[in-house]
Design a protein around this ligand. Structure first.
Ligand code: MN
Length: 472
């Protein structure tokens, strides 16, 4: 049914990796902690408690906004969003409804398309309910974790594009260091609004909340557009409602009916003053931002790499940063380093996101050694593995190659002596004779013998050349 146009907008809740919660001083990281152990009176809403805004959460929000090319609003305010649920002890969530901290922006996707950001706002996370047969348990450790809710414009028109957007958002948040980014732990959760229409007028949308993998976002959109189209084709109507997604069955189920802003009785939060930022503060945060994936993509475009190699490298900020340093030193040395990253490091199992690696200067040196035929390409990969992840990072590539006995023999006198020995060997007489008679096929055998005698350290090209001159 290709005549239907699919329209998707995504809201993403990003848990900010601050040390403490949004409005209280207790630990924001409850990994491996007992339920209800990271909680203050603010988080369980004791009467008389007063929330105090976490400055670092504000800075992280600004960083996230800058990563998405957004306008940073110098004045923003908090509002109370009311609803009644056991995981919300105050009976309201402190959020930003009317004046969010982050204004409009745009995310450039690797496929060349753009998704505009409507706004992004700070709010507190709710607690976590776990449901058992006849009862439920509430863990308040998550109550008050700072969230940045990023609301996209309905600029997405396929399941695949939605996935690319979510992946890029994740990359941006990781580069900006505003979240730990562990999707399995719910550090980023996606609410997906989907509608289909045959005309320019948008169709009625459904919202599916709390998806926590890129793949489930993609699958949900595929399933939900199919469902909506089949309802419409049968002459039915799409109801505006909230759906639940079941990853196991790949199906949606209705959860609740239409809800609008007035249902939440939004009102200004009286206990938290407005956030007022100076432009100089925003400028300072901007000056501390690292390069972003889009910067690296355009920088690496001159290297003539496969898109897939570029994307694989950009997924790892350390690799992107080092490759960029190599480009700065000598762009001619960079493609080789990029290929090593793609073929050697990224092939390592369980590559950690923040491994350490030799400096760009050292990587450039390693690449240059291959250029100058001091090291074979295979040997260079061995050296690279030594320079990765804290192993021997204090030694230069040359020192390492020497210690590992990998330096190629380019000393013509030494090589010449080895070649003479080889040519004198009885088993080489026939091959030598053939080469003398112009049958150059035989030279491979002789080069192989020299390589063997030099324990692989001879440079094959030089050996070849020397043998030719000796036998001409
Ligand atoms: Mn929200």
């Amino acid at each position: 049914m290709s005549e239907y146009k699919i329209t998707v907008g995504i809201e993403c809740h990003v848990q900010l990796n601050t040390k403490t919660k949004l409005f209280s001083g207790v630990d924001n990281d409850a990994t491996d902690k007992e339920p209800n152990s990271c909680v203050s009176p603010v988080d369980y809403a004791l009467p008389g408690m007063l929330p105090v805004l976490n400055k670092v959460a504000v800075e992280k929000a600004v960083r996230a906004g800058l990563a998405m090319n957004c306008k940073i609003n110098l004045v923003s305010r908090f509002d109370r969003k009311h609803y009644y649920y056991p995981d919300l002890p105050k009976g309201y969530q402190i959020s930003q409804m009317y004046q969010p901290i982050i204004g409009a922006g745009v995310v450039h996707l690797p496929d060349g398309s753009d998704v505009h950001i409507e706004h992004a706002h700070l709010e507190e996370d709710a607690a976590k309910s776990t449901h058992f047969g006849s009862y439920s348990l509430v863990d308040l450790n998550r109550a008050g974790t700072p969230l940045l809710e990023i609301v996209s414009m309905p600029d997405i028109h396929s399941a695949a594009q939605a996935r690319v957007y979510c992946e890029e958002l994740h990359r941006l948040m990781m580069y900006a260091n505003v979240t730990n980014g562990d999707l399995y732990q719910g550090n980023m959760r996606f609410d997906v609004n989907v509608s289909v229409s045959k005309t320019d007028k948008l169709g009625t949308r459904t919202e599916t909340k709390n998806l926590n993998s890129f793949r489930s976002v993609e699958r949900l959109i595929e399933a939900e557009t199919k469902r909506q189209i089949s309802v419409l084709e049968k002459g039915g109507e799409i109801k505006q409602q909230t759906l639940g997604w079941d990853d196991a069955t790949g199906k949606t189920t209705p959860q609740r009916g239409k809800e609008n802003a007035q249902d939440y009785r939004y009102m200004p939060e009286p206990d938290v003053p407005p956030i007022v930022l100076e432009q100089s503060y925003v400028d300072k945060v901007a000056s501390e931002m690292p390069k972003m994936p889009a910067d690296y993509r355009s920088e690496f475009s001159v290297l003539n790499l496969d898109d897939s190699a570029v994307e694989a490298i950009v997924n790892y900020p350390v690799l992107a940063n080092r490759l960029s340093e190599v480009c700065d030193k000598n762009v001619k040395l960079a493609p080789r380093v990029a290929n090593w990253f793609a073929s050697v490091l990224l092939a390592e199992e369980n590559l950690d996101k923040d491994f350490s690696l030799a400096t760009g200067a050292e990587l450039a040196e390693l690449s240059e050694m291959v250029e100058k035929k001091e090291l074979s390409s295979t040997a260079a990969k061995e050296v690279l593995l030594e320079m990765y992840d804290h192993k021997n990072t204090s030694k230069t590539p040359h020192q390492l190659a020497k210690e590992m006995n990998l330096l190629q023999e380019n000393d013509t006198d030494a090589l010449s002596a080895i070649i003479d020995e080889v040519l004198a060997m009885p088993e080489c007489a026939k091959a030598a004779e053939d080469v003398r008679n112009g049958e150059m096929k035989a030279i491979g055998f002789l080069v192989g013998q020299v390589m063997k005698k030099s324990q692989g350290k001879a440079n094959p090209a030089s050996v070849n050349e020397l043998i030719r001159s000796k036998l001409s």
